[in-house]
Design a protein around this ligand. Structure first.
Ligand code: SF4
Length: 359
């Protein structure tokens, strides 16, 4: 037992009452469809609710059922994901949809082991989908829940195996006797996402403040201890804007690493670019900044002219409208937004210096 006797039930009741009285109205909370809840849980990994809402709406409009997702081409799925980042999630989602259709008759599996056997689904996601969609009394521990439980139980120290086990066991106790496991889990997640913030938690409004050991000890702002952050690394790169009759030359990534494979990007701005592409580069016309985890990109955009025709296969001429339907990262959108219309038609004035490969 992690909580003192009867404490788990009292906590759960307080959390549930608070959650039901004022929960945020989010599109995935209006359904019990396991497919839609699954989509939302995958999108919410490492992404804020505000960023996810429009993507979620577009995604379920494009692929309203797991069968529709399984039948889609990976390109279409990546295009719908474009800009949301962490593209591995979309690939796994697509693979898992095919498994759900082939092995589970198109229904998200109800058993924990079967759910966790799907690509991209770990214990947290399985617990969230099964508890919310099927009312299975399974615990969830994500970053928000871990913070709330660490404070309620005054768990000091950094992440460790023992600490993780304690958190999962506490979450299991909280959900075990619940008549609404999905709501119980979401109440914990909601508290962590709203009031029980990493810094300056709003304890004065918290429904379980009287039972919070960290608050009683006055150390809630120090639990859990802040993570050691990686020092930012500055990365300079450059891309070439080659246009022809209102179309841009785009290159498809074929990296061995899965991270960005299959996404379309502007070619790297270097005179003797890779893949046999040769360019006459102009001076940069704009710069965009973009961060991916600890890396801070500064990308200069060079108008360019082809010195030789690109090799077929890797390159394609794409109109701006078409580009919006192709899988791209948000860097491409930033570049498009940064480039003035006139510059898209302008010819490069002077050859530029060689630059680092594009991102
Ligand atoms: S009292 Fe404060 S620190 Fe404790 S759970 Fe509530 S919001 Fe979090």
């Amino acid at each position: 037992m992690t909580f003192p006797r009867n404490e788990a039930g009292t906590l759960r009741r307080s959390l549930l009452a608070w959650y039901r009285a004022g929960r945020r109205d989010l599109p995935w909370r209006r359904t019990r469809d396991p497919y839609r809840i699954w989509i939302s849980e995958i999108m919410l990994q490492q992404t804020t609710v505000g960023a996810v809402v429009p993507y979620y709406r577009r995604f379920v409009r494009a692929f309203p059922t797991v069968r529709a997702l399984a039948a889609a081409r990976l390109d279409e799925v990546l295009a719908a994901w474009s800009g949301l980042g962490y593209y591995r999630r979309a690939r796994h989602l697509h693979q898992a949809a095919r498994v759900v259709v082939e092995r589970h008759g198109g229904r998200f599996p109800r058993r924990l082991e079967e759910a966790m056997a799907l690509p991209g689904i770990g214990r947290y996601t399985a617990g969230a989908v099964l508890s919310i969609a099927y009312s299975e009394p399974l615990p969830v521990v994500d970053g928000n829940v871990a913070r709330v439980l660490s404070r309620l139980l005054l768990l000091r120290g950094r992440q460790s195996g023992a600490r993780r086990r304690r958190l999962w066991s506490a979450a299991a106790e909280l959900v075990a006797g619940s008549a609404s496991p999905g709501d119980s889990n979401q109440a914990l997640m909601e508290l962590g996402a709203t009031l029980c913030a990493p810094r300056d938690p709003a304890c004065g409004e918290c429904p379980v403040a009287r039972r919070c050991a960290a608050r009683a000890a006055g150390v809630q702002g120090r639990i859990p201890p802040p993570r050691r952050t990686r020092r930012p690394v500055q990365v300079r790169s450059a891309v070439a804007l080659v246009s022809r009759r209102g179309h841009f030359l785009m290159r498809r990534r074929t990296d061995a690493a899965l991270l960005m494979r299959g996404l379309w990007e502007f070619p790297a701005a270097r005179p003797g670019g890779g893949d046999g592409l040769r360019l006459d580069l102009g001076r940069p016309i704009a710069t965009v900044r973009h961060s991916i985890t600890h890396r801070r990109f500064r990308i200069s955009i060079h108008p360019a002219r082809l010195a030789s025709e690109p090799r077929r296969g890797h390159y394609r001429w794409v109109s701006p409208g078409e580009l919006r339907r192709l899988p791209t990262s948000s860097i491409v959108r930033k570049i498009l937004a940064a480039v003035p219309r006139a510059a898209m038609r302008r010819r490069p004035r002077k050859p530029g210096r060689p630059h680092e490969p594009g991102v």
